[in-house]
Structures are given as C-alpha cells and as structure tokens.
Design a protein around this ligand. Structure first.
Ligand code: FNR
Length: 337
C-alpha cells in the first residue's frame, strides 16, 4: 500500500498549483532564467570538481534546498517527514513551513539542521512556541516571510479554501485563528525581534528590491531570500532572475543571498550562483514529486538536480560553487528598463 494519498480533491489541486492574478509572475520566473545564457570557459583544470557547499552551516551536495511549503500532509501520510527522507537521500537541504503537519523534532531527526520559515502574526507572542520549537529542533536559520501582507488573488484557492482537508499546523498547538497571518505593521523591527528571541540568523524571504534588502540587513537580517512566493501572492511581479542582480549588488557580499522562483534544473542553479546567490530554494517541482511519487520521487528529483548542477559546473569550466563568476552568464532578452 502506498503512503501517498489517492485521488486529490479539486480544492487541494487548486491550492497546490495556485498562482495570483493570471499566473504571469510564475511564467516570468520560469522564463527569465532561460534568458541568462552561458558563456562557458574551456581548457580549465577540473580536478576535484564538486558542487558541494556549506550553506548557513548546513553541508549539502549542491547548494539546493526544498522551499518551505505548507501542505505536505495533503499529499502524504508522513507529510514533512516523507519529504525530509527524500531531501537527505538526494543530499540537499530542507526548509520547513510554519504550517508543517509534523513536529519539528520528528522532521529534524531525519533532516538534521534545517531552515524554518516563520510568519509573524499581529500578536507577536503567538509565534514564540514555533520559534522555540525550531531552536530546540536544531534549526540553522529562520526564513521570515515578508511578501504575504494579505492572501493573494488566487481565485481557485480562495474558492476551495474551506474544502481543504487541512490538519492543524502541529507546531502551533495553541494557535488562535489568524496566527499564520502576517501583522499589518510588520517592519524591520520584527527582524531584530526575531533574531533576538531566537538567537538564530534570520533571512527576510520575499525581497525583490535593493532598498528592501538593505533595510532588512540594517535591521539585523543575516541575509535575504530573493523571492516572489512563486507568483502566489502578487500577479504581474518581476521575475526573481531579474531582481537578483540588484539585491546582490546592494548587499555586496555582506549577507547571505538565497533565491527561489522558477528554478527547475541544475543549469538554473548555476545561473543563480553566477548572479551571486549562495544557494537556491526549489518549491513546485518538489510539491509535484511528493504528490506523484512520495519520498522516492523527492529523492530522485534532489539527486537529479545535484547531478545536473555538478555537470553544469564542469560545462562552464568551474571546479566548484565558489568558482562561478558573473561573467559566466549574459542576459539575451529585452534590455532592462
Ligand atoms: C509555497 N510557498 C510558501 N512560502 C512560505 O514562505 N510559506 C509557506 O507556507 C509557503 N507555502 C507554499 C505552498 C505551496 C503549495 C507552494 C507551491 C509554495 C512559497 C515557497 O516557499 C517558494 O517561495 C516558492 O515555491 C519557490 O518557487 P518555485 O520553485 O515553486 O517556482
């Protein structure tokens, strides 16, 4: 018997595949990476070629993490634990959503150090149990999601929300309704607060502008995740592959830069590294893998992405992730405005 859940209700599919507006942000994300074309170097000594890296203290075979997404339990009985086994099998890192449906210590027993995603609600204290549990479970860093001031214009999701067979977010046992929402006055001070109560590095997730990246880091963020939530929040958003360079230029190596949105291959991973990212998060492909093939499919996808990353490094003449320079890619699309 399979541990995957059979026959998904329409509401579940609508939630998992949802995009805001006409879906244009997701399309722009996926499309934009293709416009960064490689200028490979040849005649390079590739002895010792490796894609491995240490990201926020987490050793990985390639700088790739499963993005934090809520809903593993809609697809698999073991929820995040199933995904964790796949990530470990493939040698990549794991991020965990605040809406996770397995206890953090159960997940981290499998994954080892992980990245914990956080939403800060209006009543800040409501999130303390989750922060404390993340620290206890050995989280390496917190990803504070800052691009969700409201529920996105996702018509399918909104229509089906009531029908979703959610199990409660188990790491927020005493949560009052609305705990997963974002405070209306979320600001830089919240980054400072989260860093001080957790003692962990905090990365602001959902940054697409240099000025916001600077404000986050000035408030004490250890870094940012250049992200537009895979187009689930705002329709008509700029592709993250276009936003990444201005954020990297602004932070100039002072902070960790992760990026997500439309990263689908090892080529895309190396493109992101060339543009200055330290690592990438991948979301929707892992959602589909868990849905279609459970742990094995998550592991196979992770393994494939690592292999593709390693091969692409060889093809562009880079012996490792720190050998990937900006001159390895060139934009071939419309001139930036
Ligand atoms: C997400 N994402 C997300 N982000 C977050 O900060 N907290 C969350 O709970 C969720 N939940 C969630 C559910 C589903 C079904 C998806 C597809 C995504 C966004 C996620 O972390 C990440 O930013 C994107 O998924 C990355 O883009 P790609 O790789 O999916 O294009």
């Amino acid at each position: 018997m399979t541990a995957q859940l059979e026959r998904l209700p329409d509401a579940v599919l609508a939630y998992l595949e949802g995009t805001a507006g006409d879906g244009g942000t997701l399309r722009a994300n996926e499309d934009a990476w293709q416009h960064w074309r490689f200028r490979p170097r040849v005649l390079r000594d590739l002895t010792g070629l490796t894609a491995s890296a240490t990201v926020l203290g987490i050793p990985v075979l390639a700088p790739i993490f499963v993005a934090p997404w809520a809903g593993h339990g809609l697809l698999h009985r073991d929820a995040e634990v199933a995904t964790a086994h796949g990530a470990v099998a493939g040698g990549i890192g794991l991020s965990v959503s605040s809406g996770a449906q397995r206890r953090l210590h159960e997940i981290s027993e499998v994954s080892g150090p992980f990245l914990q995603q956080i939403y800060i609600p209006q009543r800040r204290d409501n999130i303390r149990p989750l922060v404390d549990a993340a620290v206890q479970a050995g989280a390496a860093a917190l990803l504070l999601t800052v691009d969700a001031p409201a529920v996105g214009n996702q018509l399918g999701f909104r229509a089906g929300l009531a029908g979703l067979p959610w199990t409660p977010p188990v790491n927020l046992p005493d949560a009052e309704p609305g705990t997963l929402g974002t405070a209306v006055d979320l600001g830089p001070h919240d980054i400072e607060w989260l860093a001080s109560v957790s003692g962990l590095p905090v990365l602001a997730k959902g940054i697409v502008r240099a000025d916001d990246a600077r404000r986050a880091v000035e408030a004490g963020a250890a870094g940012v995740v250049v992200s537009n939530h895979s187009g689930r929040q705002l329709g008509g958003g700029l592709a993250t592959a276009r936003a990444l360079p201005e954020v990297v230029a602004e932070l100039g190596g002072r902070a960790v830069v992760l990026v997500d949105g439309g990263i689908r291959s090892g080529e895309d991973v190396v493109r992101a590294l060339a543009l200055g990212a330290d690592a990438v998060l991948v979301g929707r492909p892992f959602v589909r893998a868990l849905r279609d093939g459970g742990t094995d499919a998550v592991g196979a996808l992770a393994e494939l992405l690592v292999l593709q990353t390693r091969t692409t490094l060889a093809m562009v003449g880079a012996v490792g992730v720190h050998d990937v320079a900006e001159d390895l890619v060139r934009w071939d699309g419309e001139v930036a405005r």
